[in-house]
Design a protein around this ligand. Sequence first.
Ligand SMILES: Cc1cc2nc3c(=O)[nH]c(=O)nc-3n(C[C@H](O)[C@H](O)[C@H](O)COP(=O)(O)OP(=O)(O)OC[C@H]3O[C@@H](n4cnc5c(N)ncnc54)[C@H](O)[C@@H]3O)c2cc1C
Length: 443
Amino acid sequence: MAEAQEQKSSPSPLEIIIIGAGLSGLSAAVSCALAGHNVLVLEGARELAEIGAGLQITPNASKIFQHFDIYDALASKAAEPSFLQVRRYSDGKILSRTDDFNGDMRQKYGAPFWDLHRVDVQRTLAERAKELGAKLRLGARVADLDFRKPSVKLETGEELHADLVVAADGLWSKCRERFLATKGTADHPLPTGDLAYRIVLKLDEVDDPELRDWISKPSCQFWIGPGSHVVAYSLRDGQMFNMVLLVPDDLPGDVARQPGSLDEMRALFATWDPVLNRFLDQVKSVDKWKLMHRPELDHWISDKSTFCFLGDSCHPMLPYLAQGANSSIEDGAVLGNVLGALQSKNQLPEALRLYECLRKKRGEAIVRETFAQRRDFHLHDGPEQQKRDELMLSRLGREIDCKFPSRWQCPEVQPWLYGYDAFEETASALRDSPLRTGATASL
Ligand SMILES: Cc1cc2nc3c(=O)[nH]c(=O)nc-3n(C[C@H](O)[C@H](O)[C@H](O)COP(=O)(O)OP(=O)(O)OC[C@H]3O[C@@H](n4cnc5c(N)ncnc54)[C@H](O)[C@@H]3O)c2cc1C
């Protein structure tokens, strides 16, 4: 297991404002506070509420939790899947299965694959950030930014100054809008063409003994079908079950989220595996979320190096590899680690360039991989789907030793996703090219 990081005292502490207390912002808050900087997180919402249900936390992020010293606090809330399985949509036929999935993950990557409730992760990160001295202001919505000073203006008119402003304000980022405006451009969240029905079932509300067995014995289950797929896994040590149904988007263009109709949802899956339908019969309410992405940005840092992006504000993706939050947590960890090497404020531009260099390429590569996963999971019945299924079936009960349609198990993709060590990556980059002591303040 990786060692918990000791809090440093920086020779040149920065005043850092982080906009957004989602997982990217809070990861950056913990990491920057560990590096000895003074952190203020501004969050528009009035509370850290139970939005968004389950999260798959893969070893690249659970390793960071070890460094952040929140591993034990989260372990008791996690469910660790003992196997991962991919089924054909219509009859539930098993196309692929990795037994002892949790053991395999720990053995390969030195950290677990966990299924957690998003709010458990968010609150644990927030508590740790506060314990390290970071300040968190809820109900503080940022209305504008000045990238030169830098400063931020709240909706109340209050203006706050810092050495560094970090945009962690998610897909609908106000910071991104303002940043692009300084360059005379604009972009908007784009529909991916898919939407998600998000469902959480509680064990004590389910009577069916077979379904109770699925919920209380954690696993990670996929059903893949034409233009759609379903992922389901247990949370909170098998007391809850999280299901996400990914289907073609039929929401109006201007609607990002709305309550879904149970009849409509069940009709979409009426011809799918009966056991899946028994789960859907248990659902009492459901929300539909439009899945959006955005074009790649030219830069994740400002010209004067007083501002940077992280998380969904700069690399929103399809949730098909469960990497949106994991890669956002990586962003935060790397940012703090790079800033931990500062000897003087003059080195900030160089440090931020290193952050961008370490993170942008990877974040954007993961985005592209999520679209590739959609292509392989959503094939319509026909020759391509048959070829895919034959390949998957040919490795059932055997080692997967080739490029594999399920990237969750693929020996080419899984290692670069889950094997990434944010701490080692930063340490090695800083060993190869330490921040120069005579660095100048502007680019
Ligand atoms: C269906 C679905 C399933 C998913 N499953 C997974 C998964 O299993 N694993 C995974 O890793 N990822 C998953 N994701 C992706 C993941 O949820 C996101 O990528 C991740 O939460 C992004 O974190 P963030 O902090 O960048 O943004 P957000 O979580 O959006 O946080 C942004 C924060 O900024 C605040 N904010 C916004 N504007 C302002 C402002 N002007 N002033 C102050 N505060 C502001 C918001 O209130 C919010 O708290 C899933 C996504 C979806 C849609």
